[in-house]
Design a protein around this ligand. Structure first.
Ligand code: IPM
Ligand code: MG
Length: 361
């Protein structure tokens, strides 16, 4: 089987980290028998510069037709003053919506080698392994009406709408339960049911779905408490399922527990497992083009791609082991460097993973 991947490198550090991930894919093709077809297309601010839109028709067409997408990052100060509809971030939101990528998996896993890179005490985070399941195509990100209107008293008022239907809640709840089933069988649903109507329905539906998963222990937590618990005692969590905006916020917090947002991959999947894979760190324009960005989150996104779309669990764990090897060897990009080991750049880190891949089996 040949897997066709749309490579959307995007902006900022995207092209640099994607460059390393592509090398990893090529080694898997050349030495480990992975059937692979790669096609590149522009996205984000760089696509806007070329084509006047952050998501050209041809890029969307490729994304639809490929088996999955590997995306670097989009955005940067250069495009921050553009009108919202052509901003780089719009491409991401559109890809999510157009491809129906409603389920966003954001694992936060601490590599034992990096316990000292976290801003939290090592004993609080050592062994951390949690998964945030974020609803990605609904909620306040997409609800209508939204806008900025003029009031009778002459001032303007901004408004957004938070909407969740039963079926939207049910399908993301199922993803959460199914994943919990493959892990430690604990699911924490995060909401704001003490204030929001949507959350009252959310809690009801998640509890209802939970009846079909008697083997999974379900708990509920308010989002403010969840934010606190994530930094107080993050190891209490196994799987968290939550809505679009809460998931956006909590996943950044969870990322930092692991020492660096530069280590975290993500998968955004549709109902059939087709997906878009991307590091969660964004375009980091301040360090773009300097060969200092950490490519490991993008390479770990390749591992997720192998697991969830390509059905190549063995190759995925091969990539995981190659990364562990490189960390064991003491290689550190600046974001995970704590004074010991050897500080390396983007390319050297990527090349180290590639040569580890050639030797691990
Ligand atoms: C993320 C990002 C995006 C989001 C932005 C860039 C639109 O923060 O993927 O978490 O808010 O979903
Ligand atoms: Mg975010």
């Amino acid at each position: 089987m040949t897997i066709k991947i749309a490579i959307l490198a995007g902006d900022g550090i995207g092209p640099e980290t994607i460059g390393q991930a592509v090398k990893v894919l090529e080694v898997l093709r050349d030495q480990h028998g992975l059937g692979l077809e790669l096609e590149h297309a522009p996205v984000g601010g760089s696509a806007y510069d070329q084509a006047g839109t952050p998501l050209p028709e041809s890029t969307l067409a490729l994304a639809r037709q490929a088996d999955c997408i590997l995306l670097g990052a989009v955005g940067g100060p250069k495009w921050d003053t553009l009108e919202r509809n052509v901003r780089p971030e719009k491409a991401l939101l559109q890809l999510r919506a157009e491809l129906g990528l409603f389920s966003n998996l954001r694992p936060a896993m601490l590599f034992p080698q990096l316990a000292s890179a976290s801003t939290l005490r090592a004993e609080v985070v050592a062994g951390l392994d949690l998964m945030i399941v974020r609803e990605l195509t609904g909620g306040i990100y997409f609800g209508k009406p939204r806008g900025i209107r003029s009031l009778d008293d002459g001032q303007r008022q901004g408004y957004d709408t938070l909407l969740y239907s039963e079926s939207e809640i049910e399908r993301i709840a199922r993803v959460g339960f199914d994943i919990a089933r493959k892990r430690d069988r604990r699911l924490c649903s995060v909401d704001k049911a003490n204030v929001l109507e949507t959350s009252v329905l959310w809690r009801e539906i998640v509890s209802h779905v939970g009846k079909q998963y008697p083997d999974v222990t379900l708990s509920h937590m308010y989002v403010d408490n969840a934010a606190m618990q994530l930094v107080r005692a993050p190891k209490q969590f196994d799987v968290i399922v939550t809505d679009n905006m809460f998931g956006d916020i909590l996943s950044d917090a969870a990322a930092m527990l692991t020492g660096s947002i530069g280590m975290l991959p993500s998968a955004s999947l549709d109902a059939s497992g087709k997906g878009m894979y991307e590091p969660i760190h964004g375009s980091a324009p301040d360090i773009a083009g300097q060969d200092i960005a950490n490519p490991l989150a993008t390479i770990l996104s390749v591992a997720m791609l192998l697991r969830y779309t390509a059905n190549q669990a063995e190759l995925a764990s091969l990539v995981d082991r190659a990364i562990a090897r490189v960390l064991d060897d003491g290689l550190r990009t600046a974001d995970i460097y704590t004074g010991t080991g050897r500080k390396v750049g983007t390319r050297e880190m990527g090349e180290a993973v590639v040569s580890a891949l050639k030797s691990v089996s």
